[in-house]
Write a protein that binds this ligand. Structure first.
Ligand SMILES: Nc1ncnc2c1ncn2[C@@H]1O[C@H](COP(=O)(O)OP(=O)(O)O)[C@@H](O)[C@H]1O
Ligand SMILES: [Mg+2]
Ligand SMILES: [Zn+2]
Length: 244
């Protein structure tokens, strides 16, 4: 059965079919394709697990922490607001965002806001810390592992929006570079949107190109084609300022 809460104006049945009294036969309603798509995406999210920590739920620019982040990083926050005001079109066109800068400046919070707004718009979203995702993939090679490698790769390839945290953290050995390339290249080929964050250590000059050292040159160039210029968030760690 498809989503029983779906409100179709044509009054189709639970599987998205209408009945033609004249020919006495069932035929698919115009909503069926979209409902099948939503079911497939919900299954993908369920198989792999959505991951939505409570700290990053119910975010709004009218309240902290987003209001404070917008005060400190007006340009980045403005771009995120514009991006999310057209979230469905942006994500469906494969457009993404890269939030780059120092730790504790609000990158993760902004990325979760994008993920949240995508879900509100009915898009499927997978959020993963990049290191966790690679560990899950490694675990999935074991016999009888759940989710399976295939389920993970399928989800990270086809989900409407892939949200990856801390892309530059995993130690870039050959296996890691290969997995990152596989994931990013698949999304590139399918024209699928990606939103990701990466930290620059304090004291180091913020240099977008240095991501290439962490993910490899080919993956880096794909990412740049998909997200364009990074949104920069520089400054001191908010957690240090307030002792949070
Ligand atoms: N300007 C701010 N006002 C209030 N809280 C903030 C502000 N900037 C960051 N925070 C808080 O600081 C913490 C770190 O933010 P986060 O988005 O994880 O940063 P980053 O991903 O850049 O390290 C979060 O708990 C966030 O809510
Ligand atoms: Mg972060
Ligand atoms: Zn219908």
């Amino acid at each position: 059965m498809l989503d029983p809460d779906f409100d179709c104006p044509h009054g189709c049945d639970a599987n998205g079919f209408l009945f033609d009294e004249v020919t006495r036969s069932a035929y698919p309603c115009s909503c069926r394709e979209e409902r099948l798509r939503r079911r497939m995406h919900a299954d993908m999210e369920d198989n792999v697990g959505r991951y939505a920590p409570s700290r990053f739920q119910n975010l709004s620019f009218d309240a902290l922490p987003l209001s404070g982040i917008a005060e400190n990083h007006g340009a980045a926050a403005g771009t995120v607001r514009r991006f999310t005001s057209g979230i469905e079109a942006n994500v469906r066109a494969g457009r993404g965002l890269w939030l780059l800068g120092n730790k504790g400046t609000g990158k993760t919070t902004l990325a979760y806001y994008v993920a949240q707004q995508a879900r509100v718009a009915g898009l499927s979203v997978l959020t993963r810390n990049t290191t966790d995702l690679l560990n899950e993939l490694r675990e999935s090679y074991k016999p009888d592992a759940q989710p399976t490698t295939r389920e993970i790769i399928n989800a990270v390839t086809h989900v409407d929006l892939l949200h990856l945290e801390d892309v530059s953290v995993p130690r870039p050995n050959d296996w890691v570079l290969e997995q990152l390339y596989t994931i990013v290249n698949r999304r590139y080929e399918y024209n699928k949107a990606i939103v990701f964050t990466s930290d620059t250590p304090f004291g180091e000059k913020i240099n977008p190109e240095s991501l290439s050292d962490h993910v490899g040159g080919r993956t880096f160039s794909r990412l740049v084609q998909m997200v364009g210029e990074p949104l920069l968030l520089t400054g001191t760690d908010y957690r240090m300022q307030v002792g949070a």
